[in-house]
Design a protein around this ligand. Structure first.
Ligand SMILES: C[S@@+](CC[C@H](N)C(=O)[O-])C[C@H]1O[C@@H](n2cnc3c(N)ncnc32)[C@H](O)[C@@H]1O
Length: 282
C-alpha cells in the first residue's frame, strides 16, 4: 500500500469512529510509523509502506478509533514550542495553559534570577516553559503522582533544564519552605459530576486526579490559597489556571487568604483562563 492510500483509508476509518480531526490525526500516526515528517506524508504519497509499517499503522489507527489521543499514542505533545513526553500519569499539556506561561513571563523582567514553584506540575510543562525563557531562574515542581514526577524529570533532562528544575512528589505545599517569587498552578478544576461527560479522549485517558476538582471544582484552590499565601515572597505573584466561569469564585477564595487579584487573562477562545495574584497591600 502507498502512503497516500494508507492516509485515505485511515482518514475514512477515523472519521467513521467520530474522530474530529481525522485526516490530521491519520497523517501524524502515519508519519510516526513510516519514519517521515508529517509534511513528507503529503509530499510523497507514492512511497510504498513496508508490510511492518502498514501493520503498525493499522494498530495505531485502531487505538485512535477507541479515542485514545494521538499524543498518548505517540507519547509526545508540543507545548510552548517545546517537545514534552507524556504518559498515562500526566495530563496532556493544553494550548490554553500557555496563557499561564505568558502571564508569568510578563510579570517579571529576566533579571534578577527568580525562584519558581509549580504546584501540580504533571509533565512539567509550565515550569519548564518558563525556565526555557529565563536562563537565570530556577524552579521546583511538585506533584502528588510519583509517575508524573518521573516524566517531568525526564522532560527537564531532554530540554537541558535539569540543572535548574527539580521535581519531587508531594501533596501541594506540604513540607515546602519558601519564599518563591513566582508560584504557578494548573490544578484539577472540573466538578466531579462533569468528568464522565467530557470527551472520551479526556474522560477515558487523562488521569482522574488531574481533572477532578471535587463537587464544585474548587477543592484544589481551597488548598492552594493558604499554600500560596504562606510561600509567596513579599513582591511575588501567583499565576493560576482555572476553568470557564470559575474566576470570580477563585479570586474570592484567594482574597480570604490575603491574596489580591492583579490581572485576569483570557485564553485563545476568549475564556477567562488565568488569574494573577499578589499579596494584598504589596
Ligand atoms: C490539571 S493537571 C496539570 C498538570 C500540568 N501542570 C499541566 O498544566 O499540564 C493537575 C496536576 O495536579 C496534580 N495533583 C492533584 N492533586 C495534587 C495534590 N494534592 N498535590 C500535588 N499535586 C496534585 C495531578 O497529579 C496533576 O498532575
Amino acid at each position: 500500500m502507498t502512503v497516500g492510500e494508507a492516509l485515505e483509508l485511515a482518514t475514512r476509518r477515523l472519521a467513521e469512529a467520530g474522530v474530529e480531526a481525522a485526516r490530521l490525526d491519520a497523517r501524524l500516526l502515519l508519519a510516526s510509523v513510516a519514519g517521515m515528517s508529517a509534511t513528507a506524508v503529503l509530499r510523497d504519497p507514492e512511497r510504498v509502506l513496508s508490510i511492518d509499517a502498514e501493520a503498525a499503522f493499522g494498530r495505531l489507527v485502531e487505538r485512535r478509533c477507541r479515542r485514545e489521543p494521538v499524543s498518548r499514542i505517540l507519547g509526545r505533545r508540543e507545548f510552548w514550542s517545546l517537545d514534552f513526553a507524556v504518559s498515562l500519569a500526566t495530563l496532556d499539556p493544553r494550548p490554553d495553559s500557555e496563557t499561564v506561561v505568558e502571564a508569568a513571563l510578563a510579570r517579571f523582567a529576566p533579571e534578577p534570577p527568580r525562584r519558581v514553584l509549580d504546584l501540580g506540575s504533571g509533565s512539567g510543562c509550565l515550569l519548564l516553559a518558563v525556565l526555557s525563557e529565563r536562563p537565570g531562574w530556577t524552579g521546583l515542581g511538585i506533584d502528588i503522582a510519583p509517575d508524573a514526577v518521573a516524566v517531568a524529570r525526564a522532560n527537564a533532562r531532554t530540554l537541558g533544564l535539569d540543572a535548574r528544575a527539580r521535581f519531587q512528589a508531594g501533596d501541594w505545599d506540604q513540607g515546602l519552605v519558601g519564599p518563591f517569587d513566582l508560584i504557578l498552578s494548573n490544578p484539577p478544576y472540573i466538578p466531579s459530576r462533569e468528568v464522565a461527560g467530557l470527551a472520551p479522549e479526556v474522560s477515558l485517558f487523562e488521569p482522574r486526579r488531574a481533572l477532578d476538582g471535587g463537587s464544585d471544582g474548587l477543592d484544589a484552590y481551597r488548598a492552594l490559597a493558604p499554600a500560596a499565601a504562606r510561600l509567596l515572597a513579599p513582591r511575588g505573584c501567583a499565576v493560576l489556571e482555572l476553568g470557564g466561569g470559575q474566576i470570580g469564585a477563585v479570586a474570592a477564595l484567594m482574597a480570604t487568604a490575603g491574596l489580591a487579584e492583579i490581572e485576569r487573562r483570557r485564553d485563545l477562545a476568549g475564556i477567562e483562563r488565568c488569574l494573577v495574584l499578589g499579596r494584598s497591600g504589596s
